[in-house]
Design a protein around this ligand. Structure first.
Ligand code: AMP
Ligand code: ZN
Length: 474
């Protein structure tokens, strides 16, 4: 399996630090608003990377944080006249709902920055002791960027170019930096801001130290993969490397993965530009599986332009797979009712199934090449086409099931739910409830219980009340 590593700017063979295990840290969102679909891109991409690694048999320890202390959270809290934790907790919950709806697996750990302050104080102390940081007279602690000889190795920037080229980095304003390239590890609180005690001042951490510390705590000093959007390469990830490697004395992450931007009219979708759609907005018009499909239809490192046309194309593509699976289920059910239908595969079907395995091979080849999900999805389409031509009402049950399982399995690696449980209709529920009442009246309790269990399996909960039987979907 090859992964493009931002550090070397090459595709490299993936070799985990510990055989059979993958440790992976993905920088998560700052929680002051509903997430937009640009934020959803890394969530979907790296969840797919995780799912593929798991399919390959790796045990994946997947950590993704919530940045829950930040200027924007504090600003929003002040506007609403509430504590900043009210804002961050609200949007963490909303973000989790969106992730679930996008079929993004829950991380092994979802740490929150505000719960990891002790670790941050420790790492800052180590950096001070090792001469990589200094405290200014107002209590701000800065990282001494020039003390880390390899600074710039991820973003391929040269310290002297940064000094000469990027004027904005030189604007030091009222701060007390020794060098304009230095960055904040700890800063003093301002009026109305959340703060923690520290040896330097009452204050709060800088953004970069949060990820260095949460990654160390949950994954160890050296990890396999560190990931996020490409806007994080500089300065966030560059600074994380400087902090972690200086403090731990070990290489930090082996592979650095970055997704390209989700754009709108060829401009990066972002909260600050106001050119965004939230995941919630999209869910009003589309099944979010279609959004997931849309994200996977391009290579993760390429920019992806969001448009109504492309979403319609994604809808058609996704529905082509869903329809095929639903037809296969229909044929399977029909053959189960048909005593004449054969169970086992014929010799021709056995040969066809062998041929169908070629699509798994194609899928894996695409994913092994730096997670080329666009080609992987094409392999699923070819399999769907194959199923549509090969499966008929005369096919054996074993054959139909084997083809269907293959489509569902490959889609599942992409996190795409293509087998929809047929939803029981309200009218069917009502008539089953009536039948249960009749059975009870006739003292046929076995049938009454059977109906209750059948409904329960479909997620319908019955409640016997004085006004009669009430039901709800669980
Ligand atoms: P933020 O909340 O801005 O810190 O972003 C959380 C994650 O979303 C980071 O990995 C960002 O790089 C990523 N991200 C933000 N905007 C976009 C975008 N338009 N396209 C792709 N990724 C993005
Ligand atoms: Zn981070």
């Amino acid at each position: 399996m090859k992964i493009y590593n931002t550090l070397s700017r090459k595709k490299e063979e993936f070799e985990p630090i510990q055989p059979g295990k993958v440790s992976m840290y993905v920088c998560g969102p700052t929680v002051y608003n509903l997430i937009h679909i640009g934020n959803a891109r890394p969530m979907i991409i790296f969840d797919t990377v995780r799912r593929y690694m798991e399919y390959k048999g790796y045990e994946v320890n997947y950590v993704s944080n919530f940045t829950d202390v930040d200027d924007k959270i504090i600003k929003k809290a002040n506007e609403e006249g509430v504590n900043s934790s009210v804002i961050s907790e609200r949007y963490i919950e909303e973000c989790k709902k969106d992730m679930k709806a996008l079929n993004v697996k829950t991380a092994t750990t979802h740490p929150k920055a505000t719960e990891e302050i002790d670790g941050m104080l420790n790492m800052i102390n180590v950096l001070l002791e090792k001469g990589h940081a200094y405290a200014a007279s107002d209590g701000t602690v800065y990282y001494k960027t020039r003390s880390f000889k390899e600074y710039g190795k991820l973003s391929h920037k040269n310290l002297d170019d940064l000094r000469g080229g990027n004027r904005s980095l030189l604007v030091s304003g009222e701060d007390q930096k020794e060098d304009p390239l230095d960055f904040v590890l700890w800063k003093p609180k301002k009026e109305g801001e959340p703060y923690w005690e520290s040896p330097w001042c009452k204050g709060r951490p800088g953004w970069h130290i949060e990820c260095s510390v949460m990654s160390k705590k949950y994954l160890g000093d050296e990890i396999d993969i560190h990931a996020g959007g490409e806007d994080l390469i500089f300065p966030h990830h560059e600074n994380e490397i400087a902090q972690s490697e200086a403090a731990n004395g070990k290489p930090f992450a082996k592979y650095w993965m970055h997704n390209g931007f989700l754009n709108i009219d060829n401009k990066k979708m972002s909260k600050s530009l106001g050119n965004f759609f939230t995941v919630r907005d999209i869910s009003e018009k589309y099944d979010l599986q279609i959004l997931r499909f849309f994200m996977l239809s391009a290579h993760y490192r390429s920019p992806l332009n969001f448009s109504a046309d492309l979403m319609e194309a994604a809808k058609n593509g996704y529905e082509r797979i869903v329809t095929c699976v639903s037809n296969l289920n229909y044929l399977l059910e029909a053959s189960q009712q048909d005593n004449a239908a054969s169970d086992a595969m014929s010799a021709q079907e056995t040969a066809d199934i062998e041929e169908a395995k070629g699509f798994i091979h194609k899928f894996e080849e695409a994913m092994d090449d730096d997670f080329n999900t666009a080609d992987a999805v094409s392999a699923i389409f070819e399999l769907v086409k194959f199923a549509n031509t090969k499966v008929t009402e005369h096919s054996s049950k074993e054959f139909i099931r084997a083809i269907k399982d293959e489509i569902v399995m490959l889609s599942d690696i992409c996190g795409l739910i293509v087998e929809k449980e047929a939803e029981i209709l309200d009218s069917e529920i009502e008539s089953l409830i009536q039948e249960r009442q009749d059975a009870r009246k006739a003292k046929n309790f076995a049938r009454a219980d059977e109906i209750r269990d059948t409904l329960l399996k479909q997620g319908i909960v019955l409640e016997d009340t004085r006004e009669g039987v009430k039901w709800k979907r669980a």
